[in-house]
Design a protein around this ligand. Structure first.
Ligand SMILES: O=P(O)(O)OC[C@H]1O[C@H](O)[C@H](O)[C@@H](O)[C@@H]1O
Length: 302
């Protein structure tokens, strides 16, 4: 069975390799697991709630319509909770759109969002349709989002795939191709230009890399081997995050407590500004994740 629809989850299995699978929770349309040839690629907290009682800690949470907590009291996203409501709403499973590569779609529109949450965004005056498409290939997972303004009123939103990758040891993990990119360091609350040719992790890390050329591939590397390549379509920004000891200790659903050693978030999105959609307009963005391959060194001139 290439696609199984259980009550709360949808499981895709690659027709040519039954150890290549992806599991998606309908709540949040949160990818919980991506196994490539038997090897798990994503980190999911052992304390993650998958019963719809709170957003999932791990996998690929979906961030919409705001990233983080809005500071501008005049912006319509200001009343929303951190990272919006897409990750805490039950999405509708639309079904399978292709058998090979196995591909499925999920939808979110105001009917699926709690009326309390809806009211927190533009007084509930916005109408929208979100379609998430998840496609599983050998050595490759693609997640694509389409946002449509289905109402009368223009709205603005952020989008982000908050992808938690599983890594053997964060202290041996590197990320390349962010040199010379503008970034906002959320810990220092300062903007500067990244000068490291390759990023390493020795403490809490929380940076928003802004408007990075689409030709750039971010590679997660360990001991000279590429674990994952992250390619973006129409998602200019990337958040890189590891909570380290103190921050993960403060998150009740972050388990085991030393789990920060085995995870790294590289999160493609549109968060440094808002996407604006007029009535009837559509916008799409995607992340394309592939396993392995050669190291690519890309400066700003390549
Ligand atoms: O705890 P959450 O609401 O899931 O947010 C988890 C993290 O998301 C992003 O990566 C932000 O850059 C972090 O500042 C935040 O801590």
């Amino acid at each position: 069975m290439p696609v199984e629809d259980n009550d709360s989850q949808v499981v895709l299995t690659h027709p040519e390799d039954n150890s290549t699978t992806v599991t998606i929770l309908k709540y949040g349309a949160n990818v919980l697991s991506w196994k490539n040839k038997g090897k798990e690629q994503l980190w999911l907290s052992e304390g993650a709630k998958v019963d719809g009682s709170k957003p999932v800690r791990g996998g690929i949470p979906l961030v919409f319509p705001v990233f983080g907590k809005q500071k501008d009291a005049n912006h319509p996203t200001f009343p929303l909770p951190q990272h919006g409501f897409a990750r805490s709403s039950e999405w509708e499973f639309l079904g399978q759109t292709s058998a090979n590569p196995p591909t499925v779609q999920f939808a979110l529109s105001p009917e699926q969002v709690s009326s309390e949450a809806l009211k927190l965004w533009g007084n509930g005056d916005y109408d929208f349709t979100l379609i998430l498409t998840v496609s599983l290939e050998l050595d490759k997972l693609t997640t694509e989002i389409e946002v449509e303004n289905a109402g009368e009123k223009e709205f603005e939103f952020n989008w982000l795939f908050h992808t938690y990758f599983r890594v053997p040891d964060i202290t041996d993990t590197l990320v390349n191709n962010l040199i010379d990119q503008k970034c906002f360091d959320q810990l220092l609350a300062e903007e500067y230009v990244e000068k490291s040719p390759i990023i390493s992790f020795h403490e809490e890390f929380d940076r928003i890399y802004k408007k990075v050329d689409y030709g750039k591939t971010f590679q997660i590397i360990e001991f000279g081997k590429v674990l994952i390549n992250v390619v973006r379509k129409n998602l200019p920004d990337a958040v890189v995050w590891n909570p380290w000891i103190k921050k993960s200790d403060g998150m009740a659903d972050f388990l085991p407590k030393n789990g920060y050693l085995n995870m790294l978030c590289v999160e493609p999105g549109n968060v440094s500004d808002f996407v604006k959609l007029q009535k009837g307009e559509k916008w799409t963005g995607a992340q394309i994740l592939t396993v392995g391959g050669e190291i690519k060194v890309q400066s700003n001139i390549y």
